[in-house]
Design a protein around this ligand. Structure first.
Ligand code: FMN
Length: 171
C-alpha cells in the first residue's frame, strides 16, 4: 500500500516535521509538507480553484492508498493548516464529486506532536467522523512528545496500521 505522510504544521521544520521524518524513514514512505503549497480557505463561491488544492489532492488520490496526516496540537485541536486542508474536502463533495468518490476505500492515520503527555479521546473525533463521512478507513492516531524517544511508539504504531493491510512494507 503506497503511503504518504502529509505534514501540516505552522513551522516547516518544527517538531511535527521531525516526527514525520522519523516515521517516513521507518515506514519507507513518501512525505510532503503542506507549507510548500498554496491552499486557500474554503470558499462558498469557489473563487479559490486556481490554488494548489485540486492538483495536490488529485495527486494524492491517484498515487497513494494510505494518507498519514502529521499535525501539531494547537489549542487542543489539529493545526489550522490541517483544518484548512480538511475544509477543502468540501470541494470534493460539491464541485469535484467525481474526484471525491475516489477517496472511497483509501486509508488514513494521524500522528501528532504536542507538549502535553497525552491526548483526550475527543481529539480524534474530527478525524474519525470526517474519514467516516468520506468513506475513508481511519486506522488510528498516535501522540508524540518532542522531548521523548519516539522510536518504540512509532514502530508499534506503524505495526498497528499494518494490521489488515497486507500490502504495507514490514519493518
Ligand atoms: C499556537 C500553539 C498552540 C498550542 N497548543 C497546545 C495544546 O493545546 N496542547 C499542547 O500539549 N501543546 C500545545 N502547543 C505546543 C505544541 O503542540 C508543541 O510544541 C508541538 O510539538 C509543536 O509542533 P510544531 O513545531 O510542528 O509546531 C501549542 C503550540 C502552539 C504554537
Amino acid at each position: 500500500m503506497k503511503t504518504i505522510i502529509i505534514v501540516a504544521s505552522a513551522r516547516k521544520n518544527g517538531n511535527t516535521n521531525t516526527v514525520a521524518l522519523e516515521l517516513a524513514e521507518l515506514a519507507n514512505c513518501d512525505i510532503f509538507n503542506l507549507s510548500d503549497y498554496n491552499i486557500l480557505p474554503f470558499d462558498y463561491d469557489y473563487q479559490n480553484q486556481e490554488d494548489d488544492f485540486i492538483p495536490l489532492i488529485t495527486q494524492l488520490i491517484e498515487e497513494y492508498e494510505l494518507l498519514i496526516f502529521a499535525t501539531p496540537v494547537y489549542w487542543y485541536a489539529m493545526s489550522g493548516v490541517l483544518k484548512n486542508f480538511f475544509d477543502r474536502f468540501t470541494d470534493l463533495i460539491t464541485v469535484h464529486k467525481e474526484l471525491g468518490r475516489k477517496l472511497k476505500g483509501k486509508h488514513c492515520a494521524v500522528v501528532t506532536s504536542s507538549a502535553g503527555d497525552h491526548l483526550e479521546d475527543q481529539f480524534w473525533i474530527p478525524f474519525q467522523k470526517t474519514t467516516n463521512y468520506l468513506n475513508i478507513n481511519f486506522k488510528g492516531g498516535i501522540h508524540t512528545h518532542p522531548e521523548k524517544d519516539r522510536n518504540v511508539i512509532l514502530k508499534s504504531f506503524w505495526k498497528k496500521i499494518q494490521i489488515h493491510s497486507a500490502k504495507l512494507p514490514k519493518i
